[in-house]
Design a binder for this molecule. Structure first.
Ligand SMILES: [Fe+2]
Ligand SMILES: [Fe+2]
Length: 295
């Protein structure tokens, strides 16, 4: 049984909303025919909204793809950005561009720039991009050379000595933004869905059924977001915190605390998936893994 729904078989009530969760689509790697089949599949499930946890595409194609989605799916699209979405630009410049786009297209909701979205009286959605923030693992001795350093202006135009500081700043700021959103949730909220790109905890950083090692953790875990989530979950034991993330392209679930569960989604370049059709009912969020990849 999914840990988010461990309150007994048959306890599940009729959903009030079904959201299609998509992660790491990397649309720039998918053929148009694959995109069309996938879009038909999404529409066929009649979701009330889409939730997208980053790595939409790269460079200017990110805005293009978001506009295409808004035109194709006649429902709200809630999203965060992943590291690939910043390729060819700066972090701040990309965010400003996407904030402008989302303010221009009412269907698009860039969660990093949004306060809590109330999905029901007792359920809310929040989100933030997150970043592999060099707070976990062995940054000093890692052999991993992320393309982010070549392809994102903030790193490309600064010396290697400053990279760690930039990574940590991004993670810290993501955590701070999420903390204030979590703190602003009305007391009536018993279930909160948190969308982010990078797995916040090592325990949620899956690769081929195992969690990350020291070598990869600096770039695949967001300690800043983890801290925000842990503090909020401990301070609010009666509220269930359900986290959706991607980035590793390998799926798994992790129960960090009884009221803090992280779902990490699967992806493969060139294919498009629906990671889950998330149901929101009086029992909270149910995140079944259902749908096969299309290519
Ligand atoms: Fe990705
Ligand atoms: Fe990523």
């Amino acid at each position: 049984m999914d840990p988010a729904h461990s309150d007994g078989v048959g306890a599940h009530r009729m959903p009030v909303a079904t959201m299609a969760w998509i992660t790491d689509p990397h649309f720039d790697h998918a053929k148009l025919e694959t995109w069309r089949e996938w879009a038909d599949e999404v529409i066929g499930h009649h979701p009330t909204a889409l939730v997208l946890t980053g790595d939409i595409s790269e460079g200017d194609d990110v805005s293009y793809q978001l506009r295409c989605m808004a035109e194709t799916f006649d429902r709200p699209i809630y999203f965060v950005l992943g590291n690939h979405d910043f390729y060819g630009k700066s972090i701040g410049g990309t965010r400003r561009q996407i904030i402008d786009l989302a303010r221009d297209v009412p269907q698009l909701h860039y969660l990093t720039d949004c306060g809590p979205v109330m999905l029901a009286k007792d359920a809310a959605l929040i989100g933030d991009d997150g970043w592999g923030d060099a707070t976990q693992g062995d940054y000093e001795n890692t052999t991993v050379r992320s393309n982010d350093f070549e392809l994102i202006d903030d790193f490309r135009t600064s010396s290697r000595d400053t990279w760690r500081e930039i990574l940590q700043r991004e993670g810290r700021q993501s955590g701070e933004r999420l903390s204030s959103k979590l703190a602003s949730l009305p007391k009536s909220v018993r279930h909160v869905l948190i969308a982010t790109h990078v797995p916040p905890f090592r325990e949620s950083c899956w690769y081929e059924g195992k969690t990350t090692d020291e070598n990869w953790a600096p770039f695949f875990v967001c300690g800043g977001v983890a801290e925000a989530l842990r503090v909020a979950a401990e301070a609010n034991p009666d509220r269930i915190h359900t986290v959706l993330c991607g980035h590793t392209h390998h799926d798994g679930d992790a129960e960090i605390l009884p009221n803090l569960i992280v779902h990490t989604g699967y992806s493969r370049y060139g294919t498009l998936d629906i990671e889950s059709l998330i149901e929101l009912s009086g029992d909270g969020f149910f995140v079944p893994r259902v749908v096969e990849a299309m290519e």
